[in-house]
Ligand binder design. Structure first.
Ligand SMILES: Nc1ncnc2c1ncn2[C@@H]1O[C@H](COP(=O)(O)OP(=O)(O)OP(=O)(O)O)[C@@H](O)[C@H]1O
Ligand SMILES: [Mg+2]
Length: 317
């Protein structure tokens, strides 16, 4: 299928980049301008979005938010090592086929006719890729191919074929073409590089850790009950500790977990004792916790406070 054909089959649901930003924000997802631009173009041109970024920075959440906005189904293909084409595309319902053959035998069907009609729609098990290709609309389905870097290279080659053609051939049933090209979102944590051929098909976007303003906005969007002051303290502290040499730097997911825990504890401020007691919300390795305690939680909090005061000073406003 040519790019022009694919583009003409995907509906331009968003009038402008601002519409994308506003819709995402209205659904609790805070995008950068460049991410909103990528989404706008992906929908307009019918191209897959390829998102890379550290864990917990909102890759998966973007796809699910888009499905909610478009009022369409989120079809998710979770990738893992050893994922094969059949698990991703379709399988035959083997137990049901066997049962059918037994029933036909019991009914005394002529031997040559037994099992001749068991490769039909009734025995087909749709898996995510086929479901996405066959989805009827009216809005295109959102197909999330999550953590594609975990799948094997052969699978990646197969994906490339599916994403180029949006059609599959099932030998017993024939070729099935997409009527509505799904909005495809691929994500990767970059445990390995993907092939250039796959990347070339996609619009690429790297999601970085958010800056302070964005992280405050995310916390407030996800936990509307939180005081602006605590949200600010959290965001600055997270920003500060991401500069430390940690085995696993905390993402937005950890910030949100932490904010929720602090709300549950009724904490109004970040103080060293509270941070120490709740460190497990943001650092999941003992070595990282030890490192932070050794660096001095008071000192890190002090740095974060200074940065906050600087950001709030009239000079920088
Ligand atoms: N920009 C954002 N706006 C609103 N919420 C966000 C944003 N970024 C991240 N989040 C929230 O952070 C959490 C983690 O996001 P998500 O699961 O999408 O991360 P991910 O990048 O897919 O991580 P992983 O690589 O570990 O799968 C979710 O609760 C998500 O809603
Ligand atoms: Mg994810």
């Amino acid at each position: 299928m040519s790019r022009a054909t694919i583009a003409s089959m995907s509906s331009p649901a968003f009038a402008s980049i601002d519409t994308v930003s506003a819709a995402l924000a209205a659904h609790g997802y805070i995008p950068d301008r460049s991410l909103a631009t990528t989404v706008f173009l992906a929908v307009r041109l019918g191209r897959p979005v390829f998102l890379e970024g550290e864990p917990g920075v909102g890759k998966t959440a973007l796809a699910s938010t888009l499905a909610t906005i478009l009022g369409t189904e989120l079809i998710r293909l979770q990738c893992y090592e050893g994922l094969d084409v059949h698990t991703a595309l379709y399988e035959w319902n083997y137990p049901r086929q066997m049962l059918e053959v037994r029933l036909q035998e019991a009914r005394g069907l002529a031997r040559e006719r037994i099992g001749t009609d068991i490769f039909t729609e009734a025995f087909l098990l749709e898996r995510p890729l086929l479901r996405a290709i066959r989805s009827e609309g009216p809005a295109p389905a959102v197909l999330l191919i999550d953590e594609v870097d975990r799948a094997d290279e052969e699978f990646e080659a197969f994906l490339l074929e599916v994403l180029s053609e949006f059609q599959v051939t099932i030998p017993e049933l024939g070729t099935i073409r997409a009527r509505r090209v799904p909005l495809v979102v691929l994500t990767s944590n970059r445990t390995r590089e993907l092939h250039d051929a796959l990347k070339r098909r996609c619009l690429y976007h790297w999601i970085d850790y958010p800056d302070v303003a964005k992280e405050v906005a995310i916390v407030q969007a996800r936990l509307p009950g939180i005081a602006a002051r605590l949200a600010g303290q959290l965001a600055f502290f997270m920003q500060r500790i991401r500069h430390e040499d940690l085995h696993k730097r905390p993402g937005v997911a950890e910030t949100l977990d932490w904010a929720e825990a602090l709300l549950a504890l009724g904490a109004a401020d970040l103080d060293p004792a509270t941070v120490d007691a709740t460190l497990g919300c943001i650092l999941k390795y003992k070595a990282d916790q030890d490192r932070l305690r050794a660096a001095g939680i008071d000192r890190l909090l002090g740095d974060a406070r200074q940065a906050r005061e600087f950001a709030a000073s009239p000079m920088t406003r």
